[in-house]
Ligand binder design. Structure first.
Ligand code: ADP
Length: 621
């Protein structure tokens, strides 16, 4: 045999190891769940491989064994799963593959010596939790189909060793040399209790192996070893559902809600779906793990199967077990299979049911979910027209009258005469609250929804109407506000009186705007810019430009407030001196001011500053 080789851990692993040992100490019994979970996955993978290579499976049912030895102070975990090659041992146990790891560790470290255990859990510490109870860990593994076995050994410092080893058949054996204060994990009852509490959902047999006084080996099955979802709902406890969830997601927090269903008929499948409480740390990474785990007739096929869950439900986790898909199904085959489409449809329906149930029965939990995943769910308004109405009901918005307002609430408290649902889009609630566009609506007692997520413009476009009422932007040129006869007459009268001034505005602004009109919406502000019907909003235009997307420069309508004292003065000035140079300055300044209040930059900051200086000089004289 060759001499062992020493390898350094990837820097991130060394850091994670330190963080784990520091922060999860009081929770260290989770190591057993994590290691059994890995062993169960390894057997799943072996069975999957055996679909195309029958020689990998012998007659014995693959399983997991726990072998305590109180004299040697060790606990050994053995599985005859898929095993690991030498390279896999180095890669899987010496590096961390998740993208975004470095950033995550920096965030954790910024929180000091003992970051929140929940945050660590969110990352999924997996194998490294072995070092919570052991000061030395030996992993001996032989990959299925390979004659070689290798041993990985580490004492959780900065290095690990790799050496040749021997194993009679494929699988993995992990020997934990227990820390002095962790020897209780060789106790039969402690182990049984932990398996019952954390790993009863595991669908492979878990055996406890002990030697009696005569040195004879006894093996005892300590779990049920049937896939949790095949059992009757009434026989599954809340804890068991949550343990399956943790096994699937590595989430530290329990899921907010779950549903378990079986669809029968032309197609048969079972699903367990969960709504998580928090987003995984890499939710916004392109390659983040998502989707549900796919099984075919209880055999594990694929992790993170994206074809069964639409993008806009990418936070939903769980499993789907189909009786109809072929065992040798590939990702390509899944993509355009009719069976996949049927399953996806049901997954969407069941997820919406679950979301509605949570919104109805547990408003606070739903708030948590909405705050974390609302922006994702809203994409569905655009991508899933078929379920638009159900998704719209699940939406919650900030408005001039509150936070987390549902559209049903909004409609229920609409004052008489209000015909549409009003919204305004922008960067933040604060930026929108002072918008001149709210004035006329708020004066009438109309509530206005603040839309501040990037997806909102698309979402609203997809929604179009709710409960028979159209969604209208407060910045639209036609607000669908019903004016009384009296108001109409007044507006006309004002328009007549200001026609000369309006003409002067048009002459100064020329092509910059598509029109200049008398406003029916402004009360406090002198001017605002509105979007002509069918046009892009200012917010959308900025978003497109920020993404470097082609966006035709949109001309907007300048509305002027006929009741503002400034207009009366400008009108007098115009009548006195129609060619006034000051008037040109005033009009251009007002236009720039309208740009600023809608959140757009002024066209020519240099000119704007010079003009302002001139005006201030005159005013201060
Ligand atoms: P995760 O399970 O989140 O991927 P872990 O740190 O728990 O992270 O494990 C890293 C990898 O090591 C696993 O993805 C798997 O490929 C491999 N591994 C761990 N335990 C076993 C085992 N008992 N048999 C085979 N491979 C294993």
């Amino acid at each position: 045999m060759s001499t062992p080789e020493t390898h350094g851990f990837q820097a991130e692993v060394a850091q994670i190891l330190k963080l784990v040992v520091h922060s999860l100490y009081s929770n260290r019994e989770i190591f057993l769940r994590e290691l059994v979970s890995n062993a169960s996955d390894a057997i799943d993978k072996l069975k999957f491989k055996a679909i195309s290579d029958k020689s990998l499976l012998n007659d014995a049912v693959p399983g997991i064994r726990l072998i305590p030895n109180s004299d040697a102070k060790t606990l050994t975990l053995w599985d005859d799963g898929v095993g690991m090659t030498r390279d896999e041992l180095v890669k899987n146990l010496g590096t961390i593959a998740h993208s975004g790891t470095q950033k995550f560790i920096e965030e954790l470290s910024a929180r000091g010596e003992r970051p929140d255990a929940k945050l660590i859990g969110q990352f999924g510490v997996g194998f490294y939790s072995a070092f919570l109870v052991a000061d030395r860990v030996e992993v001996t593994s032989r990959a299925a189909g390979s004659p070689e076995a290798w041993r990985w050994t580490s004492e959780a410092k900065d290095t690990f060793e790799i050496a040749e080893a021997e194993l009679p058949s494929h699988g993995t054996q992990i020997v934990l040399h227990l820390k002095a204060d962790a020897t209780d994990y060789t106790n039969e009852w402690t182990i049984k209790d932990l398996v019952r509490r954390y790993s009863d959902f595991v669908s492979h047999p878990i055996e406890l192996e002990q030697k009696d006084a005569e040195g004879e080996v006894h093996r005892e099955r300590i779990n049920e070893a049937t896939a949790l979802w095949t059992r009757a709902k009434s026989e599954i406890t809340e804890e068991q559902y949550q343990d399956l969830y943790k096994h699937l997601t590595h989430d530290y927090d329990p899921a907010l809600a779950h549903t378990h269903f079986t669809i029968e008929g032309t197609q048969m499948f079972t699903g367990v779906l969960y709504l998580p409480k928090r987003a995984p740390f890499d939710l916004y990474n392109r390659d983040h793990r998502r989707g549900v785990r796919l099984y075919v007739k209880r055999v594990f096929i694929l992790d993170d199967c994206k074809d069964l869950v639409p993008e806009w439900l990418r936070f939903v986790r769980g499993i789907v077990d189909s009786d109809d898909l072929p065992l040798n199904v590939s990702r390509e085959l899944l993509q355009d299979s009719r069976i996949t489409r049927t399953i996806r449809k049901q997954v969407v329906k069941k997820s919406l049911d679950l979301l509605e149930e949570l919104a109805r029965d547990k408003a606070d939990d739903y708030k948590t979910l909405w705050t974390t995943f609302g922006a994702v769910l809203k994409e569905g308004l655009h991508y899933e027209p078929e379920h638009k109405d159900r998704i719209a009901k699940l939406c919650r918005f900030a408005s001039t009258r509150g936070e987390h307002v549902s559209l049903e609430e909004y409609v229920a408290r609409m004052p008489e005469g209000q015909k549409a649902i009003y919204y305004i889009t922008g960067e933040s609630r604060r930026a929108l609250e002072g918008s001149p566009f709210l004035e006329a609506l708020v004066k009438r007692g109309y509530e206005v929804i603040f839309l501040t997520d990037t997806v909102d413009e698309w979402a609203v476009e997809g929604m179009r109407e709710f409960d028979g009422k159209s969604l209208v932007s407060a910045t639209a040129s036609d607000l669908s506000i019903e004016a009384t006869e009296e108001e109409k007459a007044k507006t006309e009268e004002k328009a007549g009186a200001l026609s000369g001034l309006v003409g002067a505005f048009k002459a100064v602004l020329g092509d910059t705007v598509s029109d200049v009109q008398i406003s029916a919406r402004l009360t406090d502000s002198p001017v605002c810019l509105v979007v002509p019907e069918g046009g892009l909003s200012a917010h959308m235009e900025r978003l497109l430009r920020a993404h470097d997307r082609e966006s035709p420069k949109q001309k907007r309508v300048l509305e002027i407030n006929p009741d503002h004292t400034l207009m009366a003065r400008l009108r007098a000035l115009h009548e006195r001196d129609p060619g006034s140079a000051d008037l040109v300055d005033f009009v251009e300044t007002l236009y720039d001011q309208a740009l600023i209040t809608e959140g757009s930059p002024v066209t020519d900051p240099q000119r704007f500053a010079k003009r302002m200086t001139r005006l201030l000089e005159a005013a201060a004289a």
